[in-house]
Design a binder for this molecule. Structure first.
Ligand SMILES: [Zn+2]
Length: 679
């Protein structure tokens, strides 16, 4: 019964997401007590400087960033209509159906430039052959580069390249997306409009080590639906009960704040006189039972008075000589806050300085506005890790996989539980799996941010952050509730906002709010605790969605001069890349999804700066090879011949396929760890 009701709720949310997910118009503004609806949209950003301003604005960007042929950038974001309107001032708006194709023309007198081909690769996915070329010109971003490829039997084609500029630094030219080609490319020539030319052989991608052969009867495919946190925890506990000799359940020490908030009411009519009343108790702990009435005494010359009867607060408004109420919002706020035992605090509404006279109002019940069924716990949550391995004593190389730092990412938890279940179910029958469990010590955290995840499942599917509101009263009225919370993956202490790094916000309503301090949130402290407590952990996979990336440190830079955290040594970088190619090989084996070469690399090279992220802390403070998956690679639409983003909560059929392929990738990472020798 419970399961079917939960899946009905989930299905409803998926449908609404899907309707809202196109790069289309945004719905109308809601009433003053309600949050504005937010939508997943594709933005067009005119150039990299505007992209920088967009990141600095703290807008809720996804990881799907696509440079365009004209030097502009398209990026998916979750925005309300007013947030979108606010972006006009920095020159950012909705992307049109088809991107403009204007090209910069270099001056005819420019000197011949030098061209270096950095990488030229082809791959074959389920959609056919694709080519990707990265090259740089001594003329920099103004160079107009074209790649011409040739293959067997006279096959050939041409692709225009686009400059990639990040934080003012020219990073080279690339294809805006991998380009479909009619045959396997063998050689490529890159030419510039000013005469530069370079040639290279095209290599296969990812071309990593092939995964171990699986024994006959190898079992997989254990996830059948998106799972809210309670179901994820039940699943790993069930695995522990079934395989007690191979697993432990680790209770992480920091309880979350809980899927709960204080109850509130907006009384009055903005933009006129209005107040916000907030319960001291959480809604689930009595706050939802409180009601507040603004009563007209019906007699002249009465003073302003506040009375309490059980959970009912009655404000008797002051009257003038004719019996008309005259109490202003500021006076009502002061009277309520000066009265002991009301169980509430009042504040003037953000658009009202408090001078307006409050009208009488019938008793208004406060509410926390949380919509999950009553059996979804409102209490602080214990975050769980499933430890998997034959020797769970610190003697084997540890691998940490943790998902759902960002609440709305529903596929990543499935990646982790699918991988865990494959390892356990196949231990007895598959020698390769047995080797992995003998040589490694695996820590799986399916949901780092369960409170936010519940909010995403039951209330606001675009929720990215946790549930803890650090905003002052002026940013805490009920209509703002969908903007509260801390971005867990900006709350870490290495390369952080407070250290001066770029790509996190100090605004409590921003999608990338870093929190009031480094490690202020239990969710981030839990991840750090694992790294501190289990020093054998040498590898970590931070699983996110969507966009199809595979990344590693450095993940943050200072904007001025684009000074990144120190790069790993050349040897370590080569190890990151070689391991990534092996892991991407395993991902591709599932359904032919190839992670693009231009989306495989250090975060600061392939995406944007993300101050205070967890992979950086794990690498720089603990020496853990910290990777990030962005599952959910773009899907090729063969009729429009374009790549399309999959979104955070695709129809389950697609989410399931992503879980299958990235679970294979995660198991391949365990294989990398099994072969690890200290370098
Ligand atoms: Zn994420």
């Amino acid at each position: 019964m419970r399961g079917s009701r939960a899946s009905a709720v989930i299905l409803m949310i998926v449908v609404s997401t899907f309707l809202a997910s196109g790069p289309s118009s945004l719905p109308a503004v809601a009433g003053p007590g309600d949050p504005e609806p937010a939508s997943l949209v594709t933005l067009s950003v005119p150039d990299k400087a505007a992209m920088e301003r967009l990141v600095a604005s703290g807008a809720d960007l996804t990881e799907r960033v696509r440079p365009q042929a004209d030097g502009s950038v398209q990026v998916d974001a979750v925005l309300t209509p007013s947030a979108l309107a606010g972006l006009k001032s920095i020159g950012v708006g909705l992307a049109p159906g088809t991107p403009p194709a204007a090209k910069k023309t270099p001056s005819a007198t420019a000197a011949q430039d030098q061209i270096v081909i950095e990488r030229a690769v082809w791959y074959k996915s389920r959609d056919g052959y694709f080519l990707s070329v990265e090259a740089s010109s001594s003329a920099g971003e103004t160079a107009a580069l074209t790649a011409t490829w040739t293959g067997r039997r006279g096959a050939t084609g041409q692709v225009a390249m686009v400059p990639f500029v990040d934080a003012g630094a020219y990073m080279g030219h690339q294809f805006s997306t991998p380009s479909p080609v009619t045959a396997e490319p063998q050689r490529v020539t890159v030419t510039s409009a000013t005469g530069g030319k370079a040639e290279a052989r095209v290599r296969e991608w990812p071309d990593g080590e092939r995964p171990d052969r699986q024994a006959p009867g190898y079992q997989k495919d254990f996830v059948t639906q998106y799972m809210p946190p309670a179901q994820l925890n039940e699943r790993i506990q069930a695995l522990h009960r079934r395989y007690p000799a191979l697993t432990d359940i680790i209770q992480l020490p920091n309880l979350t704040n809980g899927y709960r908030r204080h109850a509130q009411a907006l009384i009055g009519t903005p933009p006129g006189a209005a107040i916000v009343v907030t319960s001291d108790a959480y809604g689930s702990e009595g706050g939802n039972d409180v009601s507040v009435e603004l009563a007209a005494p019906g007699a002249p010359d009465r003073p302003l008075q506040v009375g309490v009867n059980g959970r009912q607060v009655t404000v008797s408004l002051a009257t003038d000589g004719s019996g008309t109420p005259v109490s202003t919002a500021a006076q009502v706020v002061a009277a309520v806050n000066a009265t002991a035992g009301t169980g509430v605090k009042a504040a003037a509404y953000r658009t009202d300085p408090g001078a307006g006279v409050m009208a009488p109002a019938a008793a208004t019940r406060l509410t926390d506005s949380l919509k999950a069924p009553a059996d979804v716990s409102r209490a602080p949550m214990r975050v769980l890790a499933l430890r998997v391995g034959v020797h769970r004593d610190g003697s084997r190389t540890g691998v940490l996989a943790y998902a759902q730092e960002h609440a709305r990412e529903w596929v990543p938890p499935l990646v982790t539980v699918e991988a865990a279940e494959r390892l356990l179910r196949n231990y007895a029958r598959d020698p390769a799996t047995r080797k992995l469990l003998q040589r490694t010590d695996i820590f799986i955290v399916p949901t780092v941010n369960p409170d936010g995840a519940n909010y995403s499942f039951y209330d606001f599917n675009s929720q990215r952050k946790n549930m803890t509101n650090h905003c002052p009263a002026a940013q805490s009225d009920p209509a703002q509730r969908n903007t509260w919370g801390v971005d867990v993956n900006r709350n870490y202490a290495v390369g952080s906002l407070t250290d001066g790094y770029f790509g996190a916000s100090a605004n409590c309503q921003s999608g990338t709010y870093a929190g009031p301090a480094e490690h202020s949130e239990p969710e981030s402290r839990n991840v750090v605790w694992l790294a501190q407590k289990y020093r054998n952990i040498r590898f970590a996979m931070n699983v996110h969605s969507y966009g199809g990336y595979f990344m590693w440190p450095p993940g943050a830079y200072k904007l001025d001069g684009r000074v990144a955290l120190p790069r790993p040594s050349a040897d370590q970088e080569a190890y990151f890349m070689r391991s990534a190619r092996t892991i991407e090989q395993a991902i591709a084996a599932e359904r032919g999804t190839v992670i693009w070469p231009q989306q495989t690399g250090p975060v600061t090279d392939v995406l944007y700066s993300a101050a205070g992220n967890s992979a950086d802390e794990l690498w720089y403070d603990f020496g853990i090879y910290g990777w990030d998956f962005e599952v959910g690679a773009d899907l090729w639409n063969s009729s429009t011949r374009t790549w399309e983003g999959v979104g955070f909560q695709p129809p389950f059929e697609e989410g399931h396929a992503e879980a299958m392929e990235f679970a294979s990738g995660l198991i391949s990472l365990v294989g990398v760890a099994a072969g690890f020798r200290e370098r």
